[in-house]
Design a binder for this molecule. Structure first.
Ligand SMILES: [Zn+2]
Ligand SMILES: [Zn+2]
Length: 207
């Protein structure tokens, strides 16, 4: 089954070298949908808590929100950085507080201090899906990402390789030691916890 999360990103970009209106700088509210597929986690009766998917995705995608996204070879890039420099906002501003953690992958690099993301390829909806999957594939069992921006929508399906161990109380992924970062649950206790849960139900509810 799948747990599905949708959220929006507001950004400015352009398609450098493209012969159409999109070669001019413009902005969008982009809608991203991330689908996480796995078995049902019996403890919480869900695949994955959607707010956790959002939190994990947002930790990196925050960099794209209220940001300027330009291809590495776009001549607007040095021009804009020049202006930011003259204004003294290139390396940050007191009011620039909603920042993500910077990242650098094969496909994109984020500079949160000046709310800029530089991409290797043109940031189309297809490009954004590639960038997002590369950053999140090791963190979430993503089976599909869809992205809509203006009249453009793209979607891609990804193979889900294995089931992720999740906390039976919080639903979040356990760390490499089998520990839940939220409640401290330890995986090896599963049998005991489920058994004692049933016993409690038996006595409290008199089933
Ligand atoms: Zn656009
Ligand atoms: Zn937990």
């Amino acid at each position: 089954m799948k747990s599905i999360t949708t959220f929006s990103l507001q950004y400015a970009h352009r398609f450098y070298g493209f012969r159409g209106e999109a070669q001019y700088l413009h902005g969008h509210t982009g809608i991203m949908t991330i689908e996480v597929e796995d078995t049902i986690n019996e403890g919480v009766n869900m695949v994955f808590p959607c707010n956790e998917i959002k939190k994990t995705a947002w930790s990196v995608l925050k960099n794209f929100d209220h940001a300027l996204i330009l291809r590495y070879d776009d001549p607007l890039l040095p021009a804009i950085l020049d202006v930011y420099e003259q204004q003294g906002i290139k390396d940050g501003a007191a009011q620039n507080t909603m920042k993500g953690v910077d990242f650098k992958t094969e496909l994109a690099a984020a500079y949160p201090d000046c709310r800029l993301v530089i991409t290797r390829e043109t940031m189309t909806v297809e490009g954004m899906i590639k960038i997002t999957y590369a950053m999140l594939r090791d963190k979430l069992s993503i089976s599909r990402i869809s992205f809509t921006s203006g009249d453009n929508t793209a979607s891609e399906d990804f193979p889900v390789r294995k089931s992720v161990d999740r906390c039976p109380y919080c639903g979040v992924a356990l760390d490499e030691n089998g520990v839940c970062y939220k409640c401290g649950y330890l995986k090896k206790d599963t049998e005991f916890v489920i058994r004692s849960g049933y016993e409690r139900l038996d006595t409290e509810c008199k089933i």
